[in-house]
Design a protein around this ligand. Structure first.
Ligand SMILES: [Zn+2]
Length: 304
């Protein structure tokens, strides 16, 4: 488990999330066997999604952060619940590029040009969807731009994933700072000054800095008060029942074809790569147990 901490400044002008997501991103690497650049890209998206999801109103709400670029990694998807637990995947976990000119993993190059989507399912009839064109594909900048343009919420985001030479994750983390309506100009200037002098997220984690210490640096001069904290983790909620629902959504005709042509049908969870096996008898039983199979098609957006 990792710990997500939230702070609010004494004058109520800013809320800051700080997350050391090292365990979460290690689990991601174990599930997906990501190459270094893909680890950084998917790891940054998961870290951001966790902090964004934790800001939702109810634990049952969910937030999907999707990056659709034209680079070698393809699409990246992360789903967070209202408690900050996340799961995710990318099209091409083997995507790997040489380091960029600053000696960093080239996440922007792996992502390419495209669009960032934020889909918030708040239990209403239709989910709320926001989108912006990617600024750099480096993720943190794109999230900052999303909040500025789509939600008119001045935001600073920093994300980092440090990959070791053996491709394991040394550390990972991020912070997400929102300036609340009515924030004083002086407060904004102070935050900007602080951020300019701030080391990178993985550098601070490598130095052993705690969330309190990181918050103290980001909000230096603004007296941050501890607001709340939560234990968060990479958590997949797939099950045989969920897979059955996805199979049923294919429709009776397709199921009959599967039962006819394949002795065993395998479905794989995108989020954790668990394999579920259905024999042709299992498939026939699904056909029998499901009525009006052709109209039930509700589980496609979240097929984990
Ligand atoms: Zn799963």
């Amino acid at each position: 488990m990792d710990n997500l901490y939230r702070y609010i400044t004494h004058d109520g002008s800013a809320v800051l999330n700080v997350l050391d997501s090292t365990q979460m991103i290690r689990k991601m690497e174990q599930f997906h066997h990501t190459a270094a650049t893909a680890s950084a890209a998917l790891g940054r998206v998961l870290t951001a999604a966790s902090m964004m999801g934790y800001g939702l109103k109810s634990p049952d709400d969910s937030l999907t952060l999707m990056i659709k670029g034209d680079g070698p990694i393809g699409s990246i998807t992360a789903v967070a619940d209202g408690m900050g637990h996340v799961r995710g995947y990318c099209d091409n976990p083997a995507a790997d590029l040489p380091e960029n000119s600053r000696g960093k993993l080239d996440v922007g190059g792996a992502v390419g040009a495209g669009t960032l989507y934020v889909i918030q399912d708040l239990g209403l009839e239709t989910p709320y969807v926001g989108q912006i064109e990617l600024v750099s594909g480096e993720i943190a900048e794109d999230i900052t731009a999303y909040y500025a343009y789509s939600e008119q919420l001045p935001t600073v985001c920093s994300l980092g994933v440090l990959v070791d030479t053996d491709l394991t994750i040394k550390n990972a983390g991020g912070f997400l700072l929102h300036l609340l309506p009515g924030a004083e100009e002086s407060c904004i200037e102070m935050v900007e000054r602080n951020i300019k002098e701030l080391p990178g997220m993985t550098e601070m984690l490598s130095a052993g800095m705690t969330a309190d210490e990181i918050a103290g640096k980001v909000l230096n001069g603004l007296e941050p008060d501890f607001l709340d904290s939560a234990e968060v983790e990479y958590r997949c909620n797939c099950s045989r029942e969920r897979m059955e629902r996805i199979l049923i959504s294919l429709g009776r005709e397709e199921l009959e074809r599967l039962a006819e042509e394949q002795e065993v049908t395998e479905t794989v969870c995108h989020f954790c790569n668990s394999v579920y096996r259905f024999t042709s008898d299992d498939i026939r039983e699904l056909i029998r147990s499901s009525t009006s199979v052709d109209t039930e098609n509700s589980d496609n957006a979240d097929n984990g």
